[in-house]
Design a protein around this ligand. Structure first.
Ligand SMILES: O=C(O)CCC(=O)C(=O)O
Ligand SMILES: [Fe+2]
Length: 231
């Protein structure tokens, strides 16, 4: 664990293995039942367009499909996240997303940063994001790019900071059925651009400190369910 803690602190991300078990199979079933073309997703009441050619599973659907939460428990994620970060973390939000866009639907950014006027944007401390990018179409493709260490490297000027996205030290995370990536959301990151005709999926878990949970007031039910089973 010490090595992982060091990597998370210094590099800003870690990758872990997903254990195949019965909950994992249930998650696969949910994914299969949502294996749809963009046309079908667009017309489906469970899916809501959030960006260009990009759709999120509705909050009601997330609550109705508790496997999305239970999988955390059966992979022992709550304990793992707390140990990794060195304090209690809560689940602020959960996003099950499909993108059909052929270019990145969300290019280089930090979720927490100083804007062009030097004002703080986003949550502090930055959220800890855990993302699952399963394989679609049987082909593993780049789903996330990150620039390691940039979560700790702030110049304080929006433009000078952004120059870091030209660094050659980018890391590509490919879709994989059995791995998870956990990263500090102040790191420079961008969504991949290889969606394929059946879209590219991601399940993103946003973890926050207990003091930040009230900033997710629309996700109260989800927050409480996480607390109830993470005990
Ligand atoms: O979809 C992704 O891979 C990244 C999403 C992201 O950067 C975000 O939600 O802030
Ligand atoms: Fe982001």
């Amino acid at each position: 664990m010490v090595e992982l803690q060091k990597q998370f602190f210094f590099e800003g991300y870690v990758q872990i293995h997903m254990e195949p078990n019965s909950d994992y199979e249930k998650l696969c079933s949910l994914r299969k039942s949502n294996y749809l073309t963009e046309e079908k997703v667009k017309a489906h009441r469970d899916w809501i367009q959030v960006y260009d050619s990009t759709y999120d599973f509705s909050y009601d659907s997330v609550l109705d499909n508790d496997i999305l939460l239970r999988i955390l428990h059966s992979q022992q994620i709550p304990q793992f996240i707390n140990e990794l970060v060195g304090g209690e973390m809560l689940l602020g939000d959960l996003v099950y997303r499909k993108t059909f866009k052929s270019t990145s639907y969300m290019d280089w950014h930090r979720d927490t940063y100083l804007d062009k006027n030097g004002n703080l944007v986003g949550r502090t401390p930055p959220l800890v994001k855990m993302a699952y990018y399963p394989v679609n179409n049987g082909i593993s493709t780049v789903q996330l790019k990150i620039i390691p260490r940039t979560h700790n490297r702030f110049i304080g000027n929006y433009y000078l900071d952004k120059i870091q996205t030209l660094l050659p030290t980018k890391l590509s995370i490919n879709s994989s059925d059995d791995s998870l990536v956990i990263f500090n959301s102040a790191i420079y990151h961008s969504a991949g651009s290889d969606a394929g005709s059946m879209g590219a999926e991601r399940i993103i878990y946003n973890f926050c400190s207990p003091g930040q949970i009230q900033t997710f007031e629309k996700r109260k039910e989800l927050n409480e369910r996480y607390i109830a089973f993470a005990k």
